[in-house]
Write a protein that binds this ligand. Sequence first.
Ligand code: SF4
Ligand code: SF4
Length: 370
Amino acid sequence: MLYRSFKDKKLSLLSMGTMRLPTIDGKINEDETAEMIDYALKNGVNYFDTAWGYHSGESERVVGKILNKYPRDSYYIATKFPGYDLNNMGKVEEIFEEQLRKTGMEYFDFYLIHNVCELNIDEYLNPVHGTYEYLLKQKENGRIKHLGFSVHGTTETMNRFLSKYGKSMEFCQIQLNWIDYEFQKANEKIEILSSLNIPVWVMEPLRGGKLAKETGEMKAFSEKHPDFSPVKWSYRFLKSIEGVTTVLSGASSFEQMKDNIKLFSVDDPLTDSEKNDLLGFARNMTGGVPCTACRYCVNDCPMGIDIPVIIEMYNEYTFTGGGFLAPMRLKSIPEEHRPSACISCGKCKELCPQSIDIPKIMEDFTQKIK
Ligand code: SF4
Ligand code: SF4
């Protein structure tokens, strides 16, 4: 197993995510999960990531129950405050105490403010809920060893969060893989975090499994790189990114986990030229509407639609085939500025140097998102 240093700890570069554990009759298969955790521990994985909402709250209970059979200093457990649900704002103490009770832990090694995004940033920053202050207090009294956050929002949203809480954040979990490095601007996030000396935890290394499938497009890429395999190269890409400290891979079967462990036992980052080829290939794959975000079109829109921002969401939506990111971001925009508000006046189209048929995109997005 490869390791990365974090303060006084050595974290396995591969972590076990527990959002998609094996199930039986709709419930977590506890025996198989126990076997997987045992295998992971014996093969050097020492970081286990759970969360309040995973498996409707059962992931924390099951993972805690299994890990409690092992010496407390043989693993690190991470969980998160579920502020993605605004109903939980103001309940940080109640939830944190329940998380300790459910997992049977006296402390969490890592604790994250979960899913900072456009929908919750105002409430995360709102001192009336006392979230941040309470968590800092738990850190002081040793019930949280390291405090961090995960972000699904834009770079701007992440910056807002960092400008208020950045000095106390010890790590940040972002969606990172070779597609999202440029497509979701993960590269910009990494740069910002690196300037603040905040290390990167990786989520969605295979984009929810999408990058594990060898598609027709990938076959063309492998003609140039005969040793290409989607999973192996996805991990090799992450090994070549500075600041990446651990990669959360949510194995939903034993076999998948064994394969992952093998791949994280070899130090084989991509070379610069392989990385450039892969990122070029990612650009071709994502394609989408060729908006350059020049913003020439924005000032003349009578409906105040932030056109390049909407096109970015549209590209994400069409590439992913739906997903949750674009709908989530769209929801954070007032209705009167959403694509559905477009009156097809065409002013934007006349101004666009890329000749993008913007009204058509607004209409298509409105239909798709219904
Ligand atoms: S066509 Fe739609 S998006 Fe373009 S300027 Fe008119 S209202 Fe705005
Ligand atoms: S003018 Fe065209 S390229 Fe520029 S931001 Fe608007 S849609 Fe994008």
